[in-house]
Design a protein around this ligand. Sequence first.
Ligand code: GLU
Length: 551
Amino acid sequence: MELNERKELAELLFPNIKHDRDYYEKMYPDRNLKEGAMITRFGPSPTGFVHMGSLFGAFCDSVFAKQSGGVFYLRIEDTDQKRSVENGVEGIFNDLEAFNIRPDESSVVGGNYGPYIQSERTEIYQTYVKDLIVNGYAYPCFMTEEEINEIRQEQELSKIKIGIYGSYAVDRDLSLEEIKEKLNKKEEYVIRLKSPGNSKNEVEIIDCIKGKMKFPEHDVDTVLLKKDGTPTYHLAHVVDDHLMHTTHVIRGDEWVASLPLHIQLFQILGFKMPNYAHTAPITKKDEGGIRKLSKRKDAEAKVSYYEEVGIPIDAVKLYLATILNSNFEEWYLNNSDKSIDDFTFTFDKMAIGGTLFDLDKLNNISKTYFSRKSGEDVFEETLEYAKKFDVEYSKLLVENKEKMIKFLNIEKDSTRPRKDISKYSDVKEEFSYAIDELFNKENYSKYEGSKKYSVSLIKNYVNDVLDLDVTNEEWFNDIKEFAVKNGYAATPKEYKQNPDNYKGHVGDICEALRVMITGRDKSPDLFSIMKILGKEAILLRINRYEKFLEK
Ligand code: GLU
């Protein structure tokens, strides 16, 4: 077809498209950011809640843009109606907000490069496709579903590449007259790329994460506009990333296979290519194997999971940072006064293969996160959590606020603060001895049928020796003295040397005291706990333990 015919065809196919490319090029000028500033985007389809894997993507987008003084925007990719669900867009905004991931531009906060919803940009895509028709890089294809299916079956049988290309692209060279005839007969059509590629040639691209990749050139006449005139993902993202001036397309590596097509689209449209960074999928260990984290099977794939179990969002983000860059965790552990914002993320420290999502590791990092928080903050946040998920406990927390904060602050000043809490719901269990109203016989139930500690010995100690107004050192000296007087060794070592000479050692007395007072064999510093509880409460606990033994 000659140029004038192609022009006629373009008008025939797009009578309502009045603007040309230049109009949009002017409308969306360069962003004029400083050298090195990255423009990233999160392009979810409104398929309901944001899966942890996509959230990881959004997190990458936001940190790379932020640390480089760039822009991170959100574009809703709703061109595939089959994948869209009702309230899907709302779900995306809610989940991002829950994670404090705030795009600089979106359909909600606005921006100069909108609309930020692809279904509102149809005219723009059609303008560029109209231009491709004029330039001979696109054509209307009238093939029916049946014809295409037959071709696919044939290709599958002969084990050759699937798609409409070469001799299968029967409508590629229709004359203007033939096309007009079909249009008059109201035959349905899609617009296909008239691929200039040859699969014998190679294309090369350097991916920011995966490095150099080589592919055969794309030679399939892929659909650009569907029957209803809406674009496919391939066309839409290329046009949008160009007009919105994306510098780095960070997306899941399931898109690597279509990269040769995308490269070709950038070339024939005369656009500058953005950088691509294809991220490895988030995986999980399951029954000995490793599989992708699944929206359907894994509770932790949902953002709402973290709120429900009480893992702070900032801790989850720290975990995302550890899977984003392999050197982050060590840095975080060594820099107790720093936050994610102080770290510079790089593409070369990103995983090339799968990224394992490990809840145990998440819990560990969350423990470190909690250990760096003041007792006051842990109290306030736990209270907020309890108000939503454990109302009874929230009331008790309010009544016992001062005492509770003191418990939460035990050993906080040390260089190695305790790492006992990974989620708000742990506080009730880890500090089960803190609130008297919650302490009863049940707290000893795990000692059922096991070793019985001597109540009279501990009562004597508390009544005759325990002084809560002394230093930790004095307290320990006193208990040692008491131990020796009662036939116990002053140190475990002495006991081990001559076990027959003693009933036990001072550690056994501390253990008995700890179990009676806290209902646990491990706890933060025992003397600090006793000081906060006071003698009266201590004696009450010992009586309770006695009753538990009598039962
Ligand atoms: N809409 C695409 C998806 O949901 C996004 C891919 C991209 O970020 O380019 O998979």
